[in-house]
Design a protein around this ligand. Sequence first.
Ligand code: PMP
Length: 460
Amino acid sequence: MRNYDIPALRKQDIAHHLPAQANYKLIQDLGGSRIITRAEGSTIWDGEGHAILDGMAGLWCVDVGYGREELAKVAYEQMLELPYYNSFFRTATVPAVELATKIAGLLGGELQHVFFNSSGSESNDTVFRLVRHYWTLKGKPERQVFISRRNAYHGSTVAGASLGGMAFMHAQGGLPIPGIEHVMQPYQFGEGFGEDAEAFGQRAADEIEARILSVGPDKVAAFIGEPVQGAGGVIIPPPGYWARVEAICRKYGILLVSDEVITGFGRLGKWFGFQRFGYTPDIVSMAKGLSSGYLPISATGVSHEIVETLRASNDDFVHGYTYSGHPVAAAVALRNLEIIEREKLVDRVAGDIGPHFARALKSLDDHPLVGETRSCGLLGAVEIVSAKGTNQRFTGKEGAAGPVVRDACIAGGLMVRAIRDTIVMCPPFVITHDEVDRMIAIIRAALDESAAVLAKMHAP
Ligand code: PMP
C-alpha cells in the first residue's frame, strides 16, 4: 500500500484537475475531490483510509470486481508483445480480431460484426454516422432522423449528448444537433403513477409511432434506447414495452439500436438486455462491462445486412479512431469476458445474487420515505417521496432529497448515486450476500437519518 500526501493532492485537484460532470465551485468549496487510492473486490478506499462499499461498480462498469491480478498480467504481457497498432492500414491485431469474434458469438443471430471504440459515447457516435451512411447507401438519404427518449443517456460527446434526452445537457452548447426527436420514456413511477403497467407501456411505445408518423416514416433512420435506462434513474420498462417498440420499428423499416453500455455482459442476468427483454436489434452499443472498466474500450455490434450494404458500396467507411481495437484494451476485455464465463457470473446475477438483491431492496418498501423500490438483475433504484403512497417530492420539485440521502449513504460507507430523488445502485457481479445486506442496511440508516433534515425542507 503506497502512502500519498492526500491534502496536497486535494489542493492540486482544485488547482489543476477538472473532474468529469462536476460543479467546479462546489469541489473547490469542499476542499477538492475525494481521492480514491485503492480497491479490492467490491470495496474502494479513499486517501483518508475510509473503506466504502462500491454500490455503483465504479461508474456502472467494474462487473468482475477490483483487484483482478490476471487482468493486470494480460495487459502487461500484451504491452510487451504489441502495445499498440491501428486498424487503419488494412491491419488488425490478434486481440482485436479475437475479441470481435467472441462478442459476435455472445450477440448471436445477425449481429456478427463489431466496430471498436474507446467509450460508450464514441460507440454512439459510430452508430450515428453508420446509420446515416447506411441509409444513404441504401438509396434513402432522406432517412436521417433518430428517435430517442427524454431522459435517455447515450453519452457526452456532441452526438452522444444529442441522442441522449437530458435537458440539462442540451442546455449547454446548443444541443441537440438537428435530426433527433425525443419522445416520452417508459418511467411509470414518474409519468404513469397509478396507471395499469401494460397500458402505460403501450402508451409510451405508441408515442414512438406517433412521432414516426409526424416526422414522416420515410425520414426516420433509427430508434435508439437503453433496455433499462441507467443514468436516467434505473428506469425499467413495463412488460410489453420492448415487444411493441420492436414491432413499430419493423413496421416502418426503421433500424433498432440497443444501447447496452450499462446492461451488456450480464448486468440484467442475460448477456444482453435485448435477450432479457426478447427483442432483436440491428445495432448494439457496448462498453463498461466489456473490460469491467480495467481499460477504456467499447464496441458497436452491427448486423450482417448493414455490413453487406457497406461491402456492396465498395467504398471506405470513413470513420474510426486511433484507439479502435486497441490491442491492450482488447486483450484485457477478452480475459474479462473469460472471467465472467468461467465464474458463471451471468448465471449468478440471474439466479443467485440478483434475486437476493431484489429481495433485500424490497425490504425497504416499508420505509416512510420510500415511494418505490425496483430492480432488474443487479440494477436497483429507491424512489424518495415526501408522502408515502404518492410520487410527491420534498420541496415540490425534484432533486432536493436525493443528494441528502446519497451523502448519508456515503458517510455510512456505501457509494451510491442520486439521480434527482432516486438512489440508484449497480453493484459488482461478485458482491457477496452479506455485502448486499450491508448495502441495504446502510441505505435504511441513511433514510432514517435524512428524515429530520428532509422534514425541515418540506416545511413551508
Ligand atoms: N450509453 C449509456 C447507456 C451509458 O450509460 C453511458 C455512460 N454512462 C454512455 C452511453 C456513455 O459512455 P461513456 O461515458 O463511456 O462515454
